[in-house]
Write a protein that binds this ligand. Structure first.
Ligand code: ZN
Length: 662
């Protein structure tokens, strides 16, 4: 038993010697322990209930489970051994089910409700009050305040929604269609792309997957072929999904109404940073006109390059299926950055040094690499963070690709920081990335995109590790969905700031700093099309909000009318008749009144960063304020209030608009 219990409190896991048996026994023991803790929590006499033996205990049940669950979850995605990964995957779903059962446990609800009526509970303040409210809210949204009959009805609606949502997603992922194009129509695409799609008889078969669609839209010189492919792409699942979408919206509406909300969006937003639908509508509408100014400049630039490069271009208009193509031409003609050259300034160890030095300066912490480590793969690195000479957290860096490893870049929080009877449970997390692997001839050189990704994920990592939350459920990245990407997107800014880059973008051979001229080119190319992109995000956000806040699925109105109206009002690219993008807009199920969160989190990230551009990007006072008011707090305070407290004012969107290059 090497995973559970920990070999010693606050000692890291012995990953190197983990076996499938360890995973089995860890999952079993952690469930047993939780069950006995639940027994204690629910067994306490009503008049003896207090915060410690009710809410703190509940937090410990969830956090204790989560510590072990997270380790097993990580193993399921990164361990090189098949058996271990498979065993971990099996236990992940078992533990998820168990956690779901806890959230529906009647006895726990009664215990919490009983406690909530006590005098102590009525007088709680700060994070304790907030935690009680959140726990009760969660029970309420599971229908615990409804009659048995109504609750069963709610359960049935939720089950039906899960099924219908799955059908919606599957109709998208399984949808297949192809465009057969001639040699002429595929002109512009590279040979390997063509080779992979070649048919007998000299035609090419283009499917609608991203690796097929995207290059074709960027590179095919045939307007007509791109138009056909675009229309096919926007008609994915168009036959099957419109009625499914209507039912999905209807079910969500019914669920919201049963829980006393007018609309599903209202229900979804109640425990987000935004809180109300009005705030989200206002947020989006405040952006439209100003973002449009940049989008119009972007559009004019595309039209200009079109008239320059297409001799007989009859019109100044850019069609939907021309935008990616001319954007690509524009990048080549005017903004091309030699990415091979840029890479040479971002050797992995220099980037890590940069990240460390920036974080050390801002947050008054120190990083120490630990040579004594037990890891799942030999090249995984292990670090400790110190603050005031105290070791406060640990983390792993698993940086390079290998077979069967998780394929993207992400932060995996492992242990959540919290107070325990033995002292503070130190947070632990791992970054799992897929950066270019060094070879004996060449070190790992990162494209600048990867540098930005590294900063982004490191932002999540610090949010997890610098937490001082007394409760695990409120620690680190446990904040509302529409705020969780704020610290990470905030951190990206240092990877885009020349003053910061000068510190670590050193040529791997000569040690020369990234030339200012090259940086300026990178900066200019970053802002190409930024307005059009942001406008598209606003459109998606509003579409999602409209369906879940201002649309009656029983009215008989066609969902594509909703798309048409919005698109014509917002986008510079008018709606194309005969398309149904909503049928394959999977976020309508995944996010459901949450898509706005992408832009929301970014706008606040840029506003926060504006304090650094004003006071200095290495300003320790501003850094300290950021740590105290936001990064260390987890969700112990209201997210909006945290931002206001940091800024000393209400947040606004002007820094974001400036970041688009306006
Ligand atoms: Zn992120």
């Amino acid at each position: 038993m090497r995973i559970y219990p920990n070999p010693k409190f606050n000692q890291p896991v012995d990953f190197q010697s983990i076996t499938t048996e360890d995973i089995k026994s860890a999952a079993l023991s952690v469930i047993e322990r939780a069950n006995s803790q639940i027994g204690e929590l629910t067994g306490t006499q009503a008049n003896e209930k207090n915060f410690e033996n009710t809410l703190k205990s509940l937090d410990e049940i969830y956090s204790g489970l989560s510590d072990i669950f997270s380790i097993i979850y990580l193993l399921g995605f990164v361990h090189p051994d098949n058996d271990i990964r498979n065993e971990a995957q099996a236990k992940i779903s078992e533990l998820e089910k168990f956690e779901n059962e806890i959230s529906l446990n009647e006895a726990i609800f009664e215990a919490v409700q009983q406690y909530s009526r006590s005098e102590e509970a009525q007088n709680l303040s700060g994070y304790k009050k907030r935690y009680l409210t959140k726990v009760l809210q969660n029970f309420e949204s599971s229908g615990f305040l409804l009659s048995k009959e109504k609750r069963d009805e709610l359960k049935a609606l939720k089950n039906r929604l899960a099924d219908v949502g799955l059908v919606f997603d599957t109709n998208i992922s399984e949808y297949q269609d192809f465009l057969f194009v001639t040699e002429e129509e595929i002109e512009g695409l590279p040979e390997d792309y063509k080779e992979a799609r070649k048919q007998e008889g000299g035609t090419y078969k283009i499917d609608l997957s991203y690796p097929s669609y995207r290059p074709f839209m960027q590179l095919s010189v045939s307007d007509e072929a791109r138009r056909k492919l675009y229309i096919k792409y926007l008609n994915r699942a168009a036959e099957k999904n419109p009625p499914v979408l209507l039912e999905m919206i209807d079910l969500r509406q019914q669920i919201a109404r049963m829980l006393n909300f007018q609309t599903f969006a209202e229900f979804q937003l109640a425990n987000k940073m935004a809180k109300t639908t009005e705030k989200v509508w206002k947020f989006e509408h405040d952006l439209i006109d100003k973002v449009k100014t940049k989008a119009e400049q972007d559009y004019a630039e595309l039209a200009e390059i079109k008239s320059k490069t297409t001799p007989n271009a009859s019109e100044k208009e850019i069609k939907n299926w021309e935008s990616a193509f001319y954007n690509n031409v524009l990048m080549k003609e005017k903004y091309e950055v030699d990415n091979q050259k840029v890479k040479e300034y971002f050797e992995m160890n220099n980037v890590i040094n940069g990240l460390f030095r920036i974080s050390e300066t801002l947050f008054d912490i120190q990083f120490v690499e630990l040579s004594e480590k037990s890891v799942w793969q030999e090249d995984v690195r292990f670090f400790a963070i110190y603050s005031n000479k105290q070791e406060i957290a640990h983390f792993y860096l698993d940086l390079y690709p290998r077979d069967n490893k998780y394929g993207h870049a992400a932060c995996f929080p492992l242990y959540s920081g919290r107070e325990t009877e033995n002292g503070y449970n130190k947070p632990l997390a791992s970054l799992v990335c897929n950066f270019p692997k060094p070879t004996p001839q060449k070190p790992s050189l990162l494209p600048h995109d990867d540098v930005v990704t590294f900063f982004h994920e490191f932002g999540h990592l610090l949010h997890s590790l610098l937490t001082t939350s007394p409760l695990g459920s409120m620690a680190g990245t446990s904040v509302a969905n529409d705020f969780v990407e704020t610290p990470s997107q905030l951190f990206e800014n240092w990877a885009w700031n020349y003053e910061a880059l000068q510190m670590f973008s050193l040529h791997y051979k000569t040690g020369e700093v990234l030339p200012k001229e090259l940086f300026t080119k990178m900066w200019d190319s970053r802002n190409v099309g930024s307005g059009l992109f942001a406008l598209q995000q606003i459109f998606y956000g509003l579409l999602d909000m409209t369906f879940y806040d201002k649309f009656d699925p029983k009215s008989g109105q066609d969902t594509s009318d909703v798309v048409k109206n919005l698109q014509d009002a917002i986008s510079l690219y008018p709606f194309v008749e005969g398309t149904r993008m909503e049928a394959s807009f999977g976020h309508l199920n995944g996010y459901a009144a949450g898509y706005y969160g992408y832009l929301w989190a970014l706008v606040y990230a840029q506003d926060i960063f504006s304090e650094f551009t004003e006071n200095g990007i290495f300003d320790t006072k501003t850094g300290k304020k950021l740590k105290t008011n936001i990064i260390s707090k987890g969700s112990t305070s209201d997210e909006y209030e945290m931002v206001c407290e940091f800024l000393g004012r209400e947040p606004n969107n002007s820094a974001f608009l400036k970041s688009l290059g306006l």
